[in-house]
Design a protein. Structure first.
Length: 389
């Protein structure tokens, strides 16, 4: 028993007395789980907190009872309008200023099953994700309402017909929406994975081999060393990411089973904005990886520090899947990684604010780069960090 306790104490002391292991083994797992679920909850809540505007001509109480029992009315703005206002609201829908219009014929509930059937008209915008989603849900409510009215009819039990019309489908907008749900996540993943493959070796690897001392005693300034490391690693990682990006673009038609899809939906200016976002984002990613690698004693330890950050980065990047086509809050473009995701989504969905978002993102990332260089410079000047055993 004494020997068992001796071994136990030895292993216990090895972990508890090492602050890095305490962080990785005890504190980080719980913190990581908390952050992941907090971010997911926030994104899902942000998705639902969008008010949909629905205009209804001759609103029916029985139909209202159906959707009120299934929808959160805090996020629905139901407006009763006259028949003469329908064209005005259709134009609003075309301009993505309104969500949906439903037109009930007057006296629809007085139909006795003979003569011409009543027709309910529905108008929405398939190019707008919110409008498309609301349209699908309310069509189901109309079918339920139709079945309720048809219950007492004999023979043909179709109480009324549903006539759907919509804004002209913009294939480029549709393709852009599909791309915006896939590409930001994939691009950030490729940027980070490319940086992970070379970043730790460039700093933590040299510490592990002892060659970092040779570099530090050269006449070069530590700030220049930090900037040179980040710049070289960023360019190499960017080349890797661009290669992956081109591979996705070329293979995407087959991936989404649209072999005849026109992939030339983006112009030179769009690709230039995408490149600016990529170029500035890789500096942020490399800056983070460089700092963690400088703090680590070995490549393996650097990898253990970087992996949780990679997971969080992926989590942030998939927020595009939860986002609506509404213009995002401006503060999101000052947050690292998230600003890049939102900018890419804006570019790919042809947002009129894409240029402004891109410029804010690039400027923010340059500021983060300056901060990371300053931190790395201080770390290179610290013998306790650079020569830790």
């Amino acid at each position: 028993m004494k020997n068992i306790l001796t071994v136990f104490k030895k292993e216990w002391d090895r972990v508890i007395k090492d602050k890095r292991l305490v962080l990785m083994v005890i504190l980080l797992p719980g913190l990581l789980i908390y952050m992941i679920y907090s971010v997911m909850g926030t994104m899902i809540n942000n998705q639902t907190e969008v008010i949909s505007d629905i205009a209804v001509v001759n609103p029916q109480e029985d139909f209202r009872a159906i959707y009120e029992s299934l929808e959160d009315m805090d996020f629905l703005n139901i407006t009763a309008i006259g028949l003469t206002e329908v064209d005005e609201y259709k134009e609003k829908i075309d301009n993505e200023e309104w969500t949906m219009v439903i037109v009930f014929p007057e006296g629809i509930e007085n139909y006795d099953g003979t003569g011409v059937k009543p027709v309910v008209e529905v108008y929405s915008n398939p190019n707008q994700l919110e409008s498309s989603n609301i349209n699908n849900r309310f069509l189901n409510y109309l079918i339920a309402y139709q079945e309720a009215l048809s219950y007492e009819l004999h023979g043909d039990t179709t109480y009324f017909m549903i006539n759907q019309s919509q804004t002209e489908l913009d294939e480029n907008q549709l393709m852009g929406t599909v791309l915006s749900q896939l590409m930001p996540m994939l691009i950030i993943m490729f940027l980070f994975s490319g940086a992970m493959s070379i970043g730790p070796e460039a700093i933590a690897g040299e510490k592990e081999r002892g060659t970092i001392a040779t570099i530090l005693i050269t006449p070069i300034k530590r700030k220049e060393l930090a900037m040179g490391k980040i710049l070289s690693l960023s360019v190499l990682s960017l080349l890797s990411a661009v290669s992956s990006f081109l591979g996705i673009i070329l293979s995407l038609p087959k991936l989404i089973n649209q072999l005849d899809a026109n992939m030339a939906i983006y112009g030179f200016n769009d690709y230039l904005l995408i490149f600016l976002v990529l170029f500035s984002t890789i500096f942020v990613i490399i800056g983070i990886i460089s700092i963690l690698s400088a703090f680590a004693k070995s490549v393996k330890e650097a990898g253990s520090y970087i992996t949780p950050v990679y997971i969080l980065t992926i989590l942030v990047s998939i927020t595009s899947s939860f986002s609506n086509n509404q213009d995002p809050s401006i503060y999101r473009f000052f947050m690292p990684i998230l600003n890049s995701v939102e900018s890419l989504r804006a570019i790919m969905t042809f947002s009129p604010n894409a240029l402004m978002y891109t410029l804010i993102t690039v400027a923010s990332n340059v500021v983060y780069l300056a901060i990371f260089v300053a931190v790395l410079n201080k770390m290179f000047n610290s013998e306790k960090i650079m020569f830790a055993k």
